[in-house]
Design a protein around this ligand. Structure first.
Ligand code: URA
Length: 257
């Protein structure tokens, strides 16, 4: 019973997130005055809904679409046109990236949350505010225009999963070709993999507590796994390790200048 109530509440929150603001109409309906049968006008050529199963190869289609993208704008368009990922249908916005593509550091997060979905930008909620402070501590800034302190920020998933659930392995796999192309087009010197989902997509491994702070290779670039800022908000004691990782990132940037 209790779990039913939780499910009902979660569904209600999800509808509110999607923009449902009213459960009832403004004015009462006189049911006695409503005819038994209402003739609904025939719809004028309504476009068929895009089917997520139009081809049986979501990953192959993702690869072809991503490889065809000549630049970042083209990649964003290719993602917007990609129909295999059902998350798209529940999201308000496609959250592509923020920051400057001239950046030497590219941060790869997990997925948009509620604030990101509303604003169409990655890392703008509480975790994003902490991320901005972390970056400021090493003189990096998503609004900077110069390569030495610019950062480019994106996520594995461009659409918010319902109730912020973890992405499925299939969703991660179909987004991977887009991320590979994204990294190729930005061509940063270094990547930061924020959290387990990002490590899973980039390295095929989870276990951020062990992975963090040790350089690996993802998408053909040196990549540093780090604690996700949302994790740091829940576990402030881990900020100590995050600080060490930020210093490591800054040092590596200096040594590969
Ligand atoms: N968490 C992420 O991983 N990405 C966002 O954009 C916001 C929160």
């Amino acid at each position: 019973m209790e779990s039913d109530a939780h499910t009902a509440l979660a569904q209600l929150e999800w509808q509110i997130d999607l923009g449902a603001t009213e459960a009832i109409a403004d004015s009462p309906v006189d049911r006695y005055a409503v005819p038994d049968r209402i003739e609904t006008p025939k719809p004028k050529s309504v476009p068929a809904p895009a089917l997520s199963t139009s081809s049986k190869d979501p990953i192959g289609d993702a690869r072809a679409a991503a490889e065809n993208a000549a630049d970042l704008a083209g990649l964003q368009e290719a993602l917007a046109a990609y129909e295999h990922c059902d998350l798209k249908r529940g999201a308000r916005n496609l959250v592509f990236a923020d920051g400057h593509a001239i950046a030497r550091i590219m941060i790869i997060g997990e997925a948009p949350g509620r604030d990101e979905d509303q604003q169409g930008k990655p890392f703008v909620g509480r975790a994003g505010q902490l991320l901005d402070k972390m970056l400021a501590a090493i003189d990096m800034d998503r609004h900077a225009q110069a390569a030495e302190n610019a950062v480019y920020i994106t996520n594995i998933l461009p659409w918010r999963p319902p109730q912020n659930r973890d992405p499925t392995p299939e969703e991660i796999a179909m987004m991977r070709p887009f991320m590979q192309r994204h990294v190729d087009l930005v061509n940063p010197d270094l990547l930061v993999l924020m959290g387990n989902i990002s490590c899973d997509a980039g390295l095929g491994r989870r276990g951020i507590t062990r992975l963090r702070g040790t350089w690996a290779e993802a998408y053909g670039k040196p990549a540093l796994p780090m604690f996700h800022p949302a994790y740091l908000l829940r576990n402030p004691a881990a900020k100590r390790e995050a600080w060490a990782d930020l210093l490591e990132l800054k040092a590596r940037l200096g040594s590969s200048a």
